[in-house]
Design a binder for this molecule. Structure first.
Ligand SMILES: Nc1ncnc2c1ncn2[C@@H]1O[C@H](COP(=O)(O)OP(=O)(O)OP(=O)(O)O)[C@@H](O)[C@H]1O
Ligand SMILES: [Mg+2]
Length: 262
């Protein structure tokens, strides 16, 4: 079966001359939850930006279902892909939290009453009820993260790209988010240093470094490989280390893992 997302041989260098992608390729099947991991500067956020056409690769192709990314179809592509930016300040731009979450829904032409209901429900799911009138720029770091998640999740995009979605969240909010993401059935791409979250959610991991893929496969095998992780400036996540307190995986890991529906 043809992959839902196909990135082929992407190359990109930022205008200041920094090379970010050096031939990155990957395929994602519909309904799959995958994670792209790699050290700081490896190119994760650049991949996320390429998938929404915010960065146009110098060479290579981005295909999402039948749409092959080009300057003239960015709108069409973005209507189907939701991106959570690594920095929430890049995402939040309206004068109130309510307006920010409502913005995309209103653009979609949804009736105002339904928009109100959806915003209320999503803010409550994210633990942000009561903050509807607050200026997003004045939210705390974690609240900003939740606000940007709310705006994208409310849209129920077919394809969800999440760049460090758990950054700045307190433990309870992080756990709630992981469960929320686990319950989704849409295609999800996580880009993250939160390797415990990756283990909870991803059915497959792609390890990248210097803008290209290094390894791909079962999350526990990739992230649990000390040589591979060390060679790429990463560390084996705590729950995969061989010591007695590492029983957590067995207890919670497999139950919510975002594998493809059987
Ligand atoms: N706007 C920019 N201008 C110039 N160089 C940039 C820009 N954004 C990123 N880079 C560079 O491109 C490379 C890839 O950066 P990118 O943000 O994609 O990495 P990342 O894997 O997301 O890192 P992190 O884990 O720290 O978020 C890095 O060398 C970075 O310094
Ligand atoms: Mg990044």
């Amino acid at each position: 079966m043809r992959a839902a997302i196909e990135l082929t041989d992407l190359h990109y260098t930022y205008p200041d001359g920094t090379p970010a992608l050096n031939g990155f390729s990957c395929q994602v099947r519909k309904g799959e939850c995958i994670a792209i991991v790699g050290p700081s500067g490896a190119g994760k956020s650049t991949i996320a930006l390429c998938m929404t056409g915010l960065v146009l690769p110098k060479s290579g192709t981005v295909r999402i279902e039948e749409i092959e990314l080009a300057k003239n179809n960015l709108k069409q592509l973005r209507a189907r892909v939701g991106l959570i930016f690594q920095n929430p300040d890049d995402q939040l731009f309206m004068p109130s939290l309510f307006d920010d979450v409502a913005f995309g829904l209103v653009q979609k032409g949804i009736a105002l009453e339904a928009v109100r209901e959806k915003v209320k429900k999503t803010l409550s799911e994210m633990g942000l009820q009561g903050l509807e009138n607050k200026f997003p720029g004045h939210l705390s770091g974690g609240q900003k993260r939740l606000a940007s998640l709310a705006g994208v999740l409310a849209m129920e995009p077919e394809f969800l790209i999440l760049d460090e979605p758990s950054a700045n969240l307190d433990l309870k909010a992080r756990r709630t988010l992981i469960q929320r993401l686990a319950d989704l059935t849409n295609t999800r791409i996580l880009l993250s240093h939160d390797l415990e979250m990756v283990l909870d959610l991803a059915g497959r991991v792609i390890l990248i470094n210097q803008g290209k893929e290094i390894a791909e496969g079962d999350p526990e095998q990739i992230l649990g490989n000390p040589e591979l992780m060390t060679a790429n400036n990463l560390e084996v996540p705590h729950s995969l280390l061989p010591h007695p307190s590492s029983h957590r995986r067995a207890k919670t890991g497999s139950s919510i893992k975002g594998r493809l529906p059987e």
